[in-house]
Ligand binder design. Sequence first.
Ligand code: NAG
Ligand code: NAG
Ligand code: NAG
Ligand code: NAG
Ligand code: NAG
Length: 287
Amino acid sequence: MSFANNARMMKVLSSVYLQVFHLVLLLPFSSENNSCQANGTRGAPWLWRCHHTFSKPFQPEKSFIYWQGQDNSGLVVYMYNKGKPDLKHQSQSFKNRTKIFPDQLRDGNLSLVIEELILKDDQTSLEVIFNSPPESTKKLCQTTVCVAAPFQEPNLEINQSNKTATCSTKGGYPKPEIKWTSQGGQNQSERTLEQHEVQTTMTSEEDGTYSTSSTANITGSQRVTCRVHNPTSNQTLSVTKDTTLETPDKRHDLGIGIGFVVALVCVVALIVILYLHRSKCFLLLSF
Ligand SMILES: *[C@@H]1O[C@H](CO)[C@@H](O)[C@H](O)[C@H]1NC(C)=O
Ligand SMILES: *[C@@H]1O[C@H](CO)[C@@H](O)[C@H](O)[C@H]1NC(C)=O
Ligand SMILES: *[C@@H]1O[C@H](CO)[C@@H](O)[C@H](O)[C@H]1NC(C)=O
Ligand SMILES: *[C@@H]1O[C@H](CO)[C@@H](O)[C@H](O)[C@H]1NC(C)=O
Ligand SMILES: *[C@@H]1O[C@H](CO)[C@@H](O)[C@H](O)[C@H]1NC(C)=O
């Protein structure tokens, strides 16, 4: 066997070793739980709080700490090895967006910051593995992070001839809950529209966000409200419209019409002014 082959063999063995090592660390699973314990926003930093009270003084040069995915996911968020960060095996998706607080490790602060959450981080279950030889290996600070992206202000259009209202929005995550309420007249109370009065479609876009369009029957209604609720951020966007107003389409056309007339008047006025000015100059010149 050549030296090159031996070197390659060593490399394979060491990577196998690493994987097995990872496996063994993860063996005592807790049953998984999909509920989010920590909710963050796409593009915003997220602090994964973690504190551990050491039973013996912290010895950096003897310790390794893994911030990783739960349940043998193979995800390496960060690794601290014998006194310094060791990011060789950090998962690609976490490169350049994680940091710990090295000066505070000795106080038991094992918190980690993900600088910019991405949608791919949604529902990621994480844990810290702490090992400092005389002490036994410890699994700490298990959590599941959920990521939200805010929806755009919903647009509400009334269609008089079909007696429907359509509420649409996009750019948000995860799937929103859409609720409609309707008010029959001035003194009547609001009621929530039932499922059979509403038709909602959700589309998953390439960037992972959702677009949604919801159409409600507005027969007998004078005002409708559409509410878009993001379950993770707990943000609700709402828009209300008088169903007796003309459809936005018509108003749009009217707007264009008015704009055109105004522009026409301006152009005519400009021509007249220029004409007057020129004839005035002409008069002055001829003197
Ligand atoms: C999962 O989470 C719920 C509520 O967050 C909790 O009541 C339940 O005990 C958890 N289950 C496990 C197996 O951890
Ligand atoms: C750890 O340190 C960071 C940065 O100073 C701080 O924001 C965080 O609250 C600390 N966390 C704990 C658990 O002490
Ligand atoms: C991380 O940052 C370094 C230096 O700024 C850069 O060379 C590298 O391509 C970045 N990696 C990723 C995955 O963005
Ligand atoms: C976090 O998000 C989950 C699911 O998206 C939701 O059930 C939970 O109420 C949210 N927690 C907080 C504190 O808003
Ligand atoms: C969500 O928001 C509502 C009202 O804004 C509030 O009453 C409720 O407690 C919030 N839920 C969570 C989980 O934060």
